[in-house]
Design a protein around this ligand. Structure first.
Ligand code: IVH
Length: 671
């Protein structure tokens, strides 16, 4: 008996039991799933290595949580089992190899692929086509009777459609809450000062566990079917995918992303396909379920302890992980806004290693009640910057330290201010503050502004730190030798940079206005300003009222523009830039714009143009480029892969152009 292993096993079991209770019984998990999965994996490892430590009451020996008091218990005649997990392509290869060995055949296997929905597994019992009972999985053999709640979910038929269904048909699937419904539910809870749900899975579980079905009825729940349980007096098709199609004809919801593929190669392609699509889906998924499609093969393969041999869940990288908050830095942005940035113990989440996450502002720190030293949950989904979503208060160490928002700018020591009604705190140092100067120059040089190739962030920071650039126009009077001497430079890159700066002098008025970094003046506003005024001088003298006449400019943005243009320092800066050689072609006047007043939507993949080029050219012709199709849309450009927007356009009978037709129309309009 290994004493260290025995101790670790005991500790793991009690920690897992605690998480199980919080997750299944209280609907209030304190750690992310990935952390829980690791504890289970470790426990299984130890129990395999030291069989003498195995025990019947270990969490590895049961599937899920306990039934709550207040609901009737339901026993599942056909147990509701769990799935084994795969975390890599190697795991998937091993899965296929096991199937080949077991079936004693090397023939290519057909797999049914389905998103692994992140909700609650339920069983629906239909007798003679009438919904008799809905039940949770519970521990796999005993669940809870949630018939009254299930009946409130619109996508669950109370009576099957069509005919030919078995006399007894138990359908299994997942009840879940789509992301949009979840956000709305939480927004409502927040407004009412009530506790919010941690994630959609949790919200679905909480909604199903209501003793009052009227509450469940108000929750945006969905059901998607993916299997059958007990079947008596009737026949079903011989393939899993065909069974699902059959269920569909009987009025049950199945997942529209389901596909049948050949071999592990097909599985890998499907995995990649859905991983790319993950963030666009209306619901959370945490991986893919692959199932041997042939039912006879499924029967031969059978089950091992808690999971079938014929199916596996290939998990996606977790989007939430737990790590430690090591400290908080306050970054100063272009307009002086102080952003608290969490410095984290590096953690692998959402497919990358994250060591920083935003804490947004003082209100957010207050809301999260997070301290330095806390365990925190970090979320990184898609391209969104990593967020700290909550602090795990149960794990707070005794020496945790409260986060104090500074009264002075950490860079230039000027006072900071927070204006009434604003969420942000700002440094009042303006261009005295080197942080603001750096950010202003980075913005000025960026792709959508002056587009100075080769002027990266590090170089800008070094130039400001060394006093080479004090104001924007200094960029246009750089000394080749001095630049060649800088870190990671050299004669060639210095010359390339000077060439790029020279090239950038020829720009457009909208780009130039955008590059000035006026608060809340983005590309679209800059374009409207340029179109309306046509030159810079008229902007110096424009009143706030005159500015508000422009589309999309309200009193706040008008105030920012007016204030900016009135500052002598800013006018001097603009004049120095123009004196340094920045110039642009005259603006096309409004009446010469053939697409003025039209709204155009781009969707799908474009091959001849980049998205931003297509957008810019349309805007130059006076069009507004919108992100979604509505009755106001004039026409739609649809490349390969176009989906819901194209469908909507067709429904609304809006003109749709493919890329070639679009190229021709652009050429005509521009000539
Ligand atoms: S099949 C015998 N298919 O994953 C196989 N399960 O860890 C039973 N899940 O309890 C499950 N989407 O809650 C299956 N398309 C899908 C699924 C799915 C989500 C959940 C389900 C199950 C758990 C297994």
């Amino acid at each position: 008996m290994d004493l260290f292993a025995a101790e670790e096993v005991t500790a793991l079991r009690s920690e897992i039991e605690e998480h199980n209770y919080r997750y299944y019984v209280l609907d209030d998990p304190s750690v992310p799933d990935a952390h829980y999965d690791r504890l289970m994996t470790r426990l299984r490892e130890l129990e395999t290595a030291y069989p003498e430590l195995a025990s019947d009451d270990s969490p590895t020996k049961r599937v899920g949580g306990e039934a709550l008091k207040g609901f009737q218990q339901v026993s599942h005649d056909v147990p509701m089992l769990s799935l084994d997990n795969a975390f890599s392509h190697e795991d998937m290869q091993a899965f296929e190899r096991r199937i080949h060995d077991w079936l004693n055949s090397n023939e290519t296997i057909e797999f049914a692929c389905e998103p692994k929905l992140d909700g609650i597994a339920v069983s629906l019992l239909y007798i003679d086509g009438i919904l008799q009972r809905g039940a949770t999985r519970g521990d796999g053999s005993t669940g809870e009777d949630i018939t009254a709640n299930v009946r409130t979910i619109p996508s669950i038929p109370l009576r099957l459609r069509g005919q030919g269904y078995p006399k007894t048909l138990e359908v299994r699937g997942e009840i879940y809450m789509p992301k949009q419904g979840f956000d709305a539910l939480n927004a409502k809870a927040m407004a009412a000062g009530e506790k919010t749900f941690v994630n959609p899975r949790n919200a679905a579980a909480g909604s199903l566990r209501q003793l009052d079905p009227n509450i469940t009825a108000q929750r945006p729940l969905q059901m998607c079917c993916y299997a059958v349980g007990l079947v008596k007096d009737g026949e079903l098709p011989k393939q899993h995918s065909a069974i699902l199609d059959q269920l569909h004809t009987w009025g049950l919801r199945i997942n529209s992303e389901s596909q049948v593929v050949k071999g592990i190669k097909g599985c890998a392609e499907y995995y990649q396909y859905l991983l790319n699509k993950r963030d666009q889906l209306a619901y959370d998924i945490d991986g893919i379920v692959f199932k041997v499609n042939d039912i006879a093969s499924q029967k031969r393969l059978g089950f091992v302890s808690r999971a079938p041999r014929w199916a596996i869940a290939h998990k996606f990288p977790a989007q939430e992980e737990m790590t430690t908050l090591l400290g908080v830095d306050f970054q100063v942005g272009r307009t002086g806004v102080l952003t608290p940035v969490a410095r984290l113990k590096p953690v692998f989440v959402g497919g990358v290693t994250v060591s920083n996450a935003t804490l947004h502002n003082a209100d957010e720190i207050e809301r999260l009640q997070v301290h330095i030293g806390d365990s925190v949950i970090v979320r990184r989904a898609g391209d969104v910057i990593p967020q700290v979503v909550r602090a795990v208060l149960e794990r707070r160490p005794a020496d945790s330290v409260e986060i104090v928002f500074p009264n002075q700018c950490p860079i230039c020591a000027s006072d900071v201010e927070r204006l009434p009604g604003e969420a942000v705190t700002r440094c009042t140092g303006g261009l005295v503050c080197s942080a603001q100067r750096k950010e202003m120059i980075k913005h000025f040089a960026s792709r959508k502004a002056m587009d100075i190739e080769g002027l990266g962030d590090k170089l800008v920071e070094q130039m400001v730190d060394e006093g080479i650039i004090v104001e924007l126009a200094d960029l246009f009077h750089l000394d080749l030798e001095r630049i060649a001497d800088m870190d990671r430079m050299g004669d060639k890159s210095a010359q390339n940079l000077l060439d790029a700066i020279e090239k950038a002098k020829y720009t457009t008025l909208p780009r130039f206005l955008f590059s000035l970094g006026i608060r809340e003046v983005g590309e679209a506003t800059a374009l409207n300003l340029a179109r309306h005024f046509g030159d810079i001088a008229s902007l110096y003298t424009a009143s706030e009222e005159a500015l508000q006449e422009i589309e999309d400019i309200g009193p706040i943005v008008a105030g920012h523009i007016f204030h900016f243009m009135q500052q002598e320092a800013n006018q001097t800066s603009i004049e120095s830039l123009i004196a340094a050689g920045i110039h642009w072609p005259a603006m096309v006047q409004n009446e010469a714009q053939p697409l003025a007043g039209q709204t155009i939507v781009l969707t799908g993949k474009l091959e001849q143009f980049s998205r931003s080029e297509a957008k810019q050219r349309l805007q130059n012709l006076g069009a507004k480029v919108a992100g979604s199709v509505s009755a106001n849309t004039s026409w739609v450009v649809a490349g390969p892969g176009a989906g819901s927007k194209l469908k909507k356009a067709t429904e609304l009978d809006i003109e749709v152009l493919d890329e070639d037709q679009f190229a021709i129309r652009l050429a005509e309009l521009e000539s």
